[in-house]
Design a protein around this ligand. Structure first.
Ligand SMILES: [Zn+2]
Length: 246
């Protein structure tokens, strides 16, 4: 296998690991919400459990940064080895330099601004403020994810969140919108956000929202995806029972 192919495989593998961290964070958030809303536990018990989840979320946030750096280094190696294979010395240099840069980022940036950590912190605050179960329940359910894509007007598929406003669209819909508003007619519509030129932009199509929508402001929405998978899982359950009965 040629060198650049190998680096590309590496990059894809790290991207897969990144996805696992995304789902792990989403699952942690679900756990935090259900703990906060549990009626049979004392305030101390709830706080203790949430503090533990916060530690896990912090660890995941740190691993996520490290994982992203390895993906970035693999991408750099892939790009630089496209035309001609790199010498072992060059590979070592690029790799070590890339990892060193990340280590600095991990050291400098506090993971405390990671969204999951902020959310768990918020739930902890509510518990310590002595909110009733109903208050917490109400607060948490208002954030329920939508099920329809505002662009394609059908069920959300591969949900992507706009970090500018929090609105969620289907991957296919948001790519279509960005291409429609920016690219000359007849141009091929790519399958991934990474292939959409970075300077392309549109207005958020959600009614009443006027925020900007750009490839760089879109993030895969693991929380909605996890909920969807769980719902699909529970919908499929009766079917498998039937097969067993048969
Ligand atoms: Zn919006």
């Amino acid at each position: 296998m040629d060198q650049s192919k190998l680096f590309n495989n590496c990059r894809n593998r790290w991207a897969n690991v990144e996805d696992y961290f995304g789902f792990a964070s989403a699952a942690l958030m679900q756990a935090a919400k259900s703990i906060a809303a549990s009626e049979d536990k004392s305030k101390e018990e709830i706080t203790q459990k949430l503090e533990l989840l916060k530690q896990y979320a912090d660890r995941i946030a740190k691993l996520d940064v490290m994982c992203k750096s390895r993906a970035r280094v693999s991408k750099e190696l892939f790009n630089k080895s496209k035309d001609a294979p790199l010498e072992p010395g060059q590979i070592k240099e690029i790799y070590e330099q890339g990892l060193e840069n990340t280590q600095q980022t991990v050291d400098q940036t506090s993971t405390s601004n990671h969204p999951e950590l902020i959310n768990i912190e918020r739930i902890l605050q509510k518990v310590s403020d002595g909110m009733t179960d109903n208050d917490i329940e109400e607060d948490l359910t208002t954030q329920q994810a939508p099920t329809l894509c505002p662009i394609l007007r059908c069920a959300l598929d591969n949900p992507m969140k706009n970090t500018e406003c929090g609105h969620i669209y289907s991957l296919k819909g948001v790519i279509q919108l960005l291409m429609h508003d920016n690219a000359p007619k007849g141009r091929d519509v790519p399958e991934t956000i990474a292939e959409v030129p970075n300077h392309f932009s549109a207005r958020c199509p959600q009614f009443g929202c006027n925020k900007l929508l750009r490839p760089s402001s879109l993030k895969r929405d693991f929380a909605t995806e996890l909920t969807q998978r769980q719902q699909q899982g529970s919908a499929q359950e009766p079917e498998s029972v039937e097969i067993e009965d048969f």
